[in-house]
Design a protein around this ligand. Structure first.
Ligand code: C2E
Ligand code: MG
Ligand code: MG
Length: 519
């Protein structure tokens, strides 16, 4: 349309000038002025000779007016063309870093498909994901996170032409490079990491982020560019699994891993829908009286061959594939149903996944399950880890606030393993802190660990928050913790997590509790 208009503007200008010239030439050739003069003279028409200059003047003014209109139209077209180009640019670029975005990349892939039959230049797709960006974002806020992304984009621009870098969302980037014989892709990957891991200054804070880099080659790894990009992504995830700042090249075994993972996902989906994942219960012991005061529900999935799949594996799988809400609701409902059969003073602890805390309806869901199963809110304790809290602090605050108001207790799980424990203790109101078992496992032969546990316990006492020690495995640990004033304990010394029926018989046999006999 714009091209047509532009051409029409040119056409109109040319036509107007041409008509003007033709008329002028005709008037000149046929001596029109003389003809009119003669006519007026022979027919005695008064004033006719004045008509000609009038016509010429009107024509000239019309011509000038036409030219001005054409110039205005021309300007208008140019403005529209600029606006249209701007809109096109916005649609194809990331507004923050100004780098090409996913749409730009998709168009590039489409053009590549069109040209592939004619000429297929070798390409390398490099997927890049920042390491530690989320942590930095949480620490210095979203504004700081934006600054980091802009700095990363600028550093990438220093290495590669801008139209070869794409920001695909969040902290994910893709670079598409033509490949020549002498190009050393591994060295390039390392260079990328070096450049990105130089600390970024944000005010007085130096933020260190890194990058995981994976790459795949066209046409060696696949004859479809879109597929090569997917494979470079797989390589990048493999690099990320190895820790920070790694480069991996795609190989077929990686795709097998992805296939295995997707098989595991479908098995998990099936297990959830068939209700095959059950809560087991590990007793929580009141260290003063030595009796069971509650149970922690721990999810257990027994495979067809009788082996148990570790929760660390399937919980992570459920989190990354959007199944955690369904799984957690199932576990919570079953655990609440079991807990109503226990004596009223026995409490139930349930773990919450960090992903669940992003759900604004979480508080309502938990309260709904309590109402449905008839478990008194005062008997439920929710366990959350430090990492869960920092992801969306305001949402976590409001969800935990709702639960507190309903009478549910909150405990901070795996205390000491995160990096912001102390700030969280002042931000959130906890009823209990659970000292991670890594501190307990070797604290009796490591003086420093023992001092740390002592400090954690006095921190709890100072804040008026109850303390639980996780992973108590032997008598010495137990005795030391009791003399240090730890309130509750949990560990294999008392019992592993057991099925619901056994949990009930553990409570019934409270008459002769293990710990009580030792006190
Ligand atoms: P956690 O909440 O810290 O649970 C305690 C873990 O320590 C359990 O591992 C338990 O079996 C283990 N443990 C308890 N006492 C001892 C001991 O004396 N020695 C040793 N070595 N280990 C002990 P488990 O059941 O494998 O669970 C691992 C983690 O998986 C849990 O850590 C929790 O974060 C997560 N998890 C388990 N069930 C659920 C669930 O239903 N929902 C969610 N969101 N997470 C769950
Ligand atoms: Mg726990
Ligand atoms: Mg724990």
């Amino acid at each position: 349309m714009l091209r047509f208009l532009r051409d029409k503007v040119r056409l109109d200008t040319v036509a107007l000038i041409a008509i003007g010239l033709v008329l002028f030439c005709c008037a000149w050739a046929f001596d029109v002025h003389e003809v009119i003069d003669d006519y007026a003279h022979h027919h005695h028409v008064e004033g006719l000779e004045a008509v000609f200059p009038a016509v010429v003047i009107v024509g000239l003014l019309g011509f000038i007016h036409g030219m001005i209109r054409i110039r205005d139209l021309h300007r208008e077209v140019r403005k529209r063309r600029l606006a249209e180009n701007h809109v096109k640019w916005i649609a194809r670029h990331d507004p923050l870093t100004h780098l090409p975005n996913r749409r730009f990349l998709e168009e590039k892939i489409a053009r590549h498909v069109e040209n592939a039959s004619v000429q297929a230049p070798s390409l390398t797709a490099i997927s890049l994901d920042l390491d530690g960006f989320k942590k930095a974002n949480d620490l210095i806020g979203h504004h700081g996170g934006d600054e980091i992304l802009m700095e990363v984009a600028n550093r990438l621009r220093g290495l590669v032409a801008e139209d070869r870098i794409h920001r695909l969302g969040g902290d994910e980037f893709l670079i598409l490079l033509p490949r020549s014989e002498q190009f050393d892709i591994d060295a390039f990957g390392r260079r990328l990491i070096d450049v990105l891991s130089t600390p970024i200054l944000f005010g007085a804070i130096a933020t260190e982020i890194g990058a995981s880099v994976g790459y795949a080659c066209y046409p060696e790894d696949s004859t479809s560019l879109a597929e090569v990009i997917r494979l470079s992504d797989i390589a990048m995830y493999a690099a990320k699994k190895m820790g920070r700042n790694n480069v991996r090249t795609y190989n077929h075994a990686m795709n097998d891993d992805v296939a295995l993972r997707s098989k595991a996902q479908s098995a998990l989906r099936q297990a959830i829908s068939d209700g095959l994942i059950h809560p087991y219960y590990q007793p929580l012991i009141d260290l003063k009286s030595g009796v069971i005061c509650g149970f922690e529900a721990l999810a257990r999935w027994q495979a067809d061959d009788g082996t148990f799949i570790p929760p660390a594996v399937f919980i992570e799988l459920a989190e990354s594939s959007g199944m955690i809400t369904a799984l957690s609701e199932q576990i919570l409902r079953a655990a609440c149903r079991d807990a109503v059969t226990w004596p009223d003073h026995i409490r139930l602890s349930v773990n919450l996944s960090p992903v669940q805390l992003n759900d604004p309806m979480l508080g309502m869901r938990i309260i709904g399950t309590l109402l449905e199963t008839g478990l008194r809110p005062g008997r439920l304790e929710i366990e959350i880890t430090e990492s869960a809290l920092i992801q969306n602090i305001s949402l976590a605050e409001s969800t935990l606030g709702d639960l507190h108001r309903a009478g549910v207790s909150i405990s901070l799980d795996d205390f000491g393993t995160g990096y912001s424990s102390l700030s969280q203790l002042s931000t959130f109101r906890f009823d209990k802190i659970k000292i991670d078992r890594s501190f307990i496992s070797n604290f009796d032969d490591d003086e420093k660990q023992e001092q740390i546990v002592r400090a954690m316990l006095s921190l709890g006492q100072g804040l008026g928050v109850a303390t639980t020690a996780e992973g108590i495995e032997d008598e010495t640990q137990l005795m030391t913790l009791r003399t240090m004033g730890c309130d509750f304990g949990q560990g294999f010394l008392f019992s592993k997590a057991v099925p619901a029926e056994q949990a009930l018989s553990l409570v019934s046999s409270q008459g002769e509790p293990r710990v009580a006999t030792r006190s």
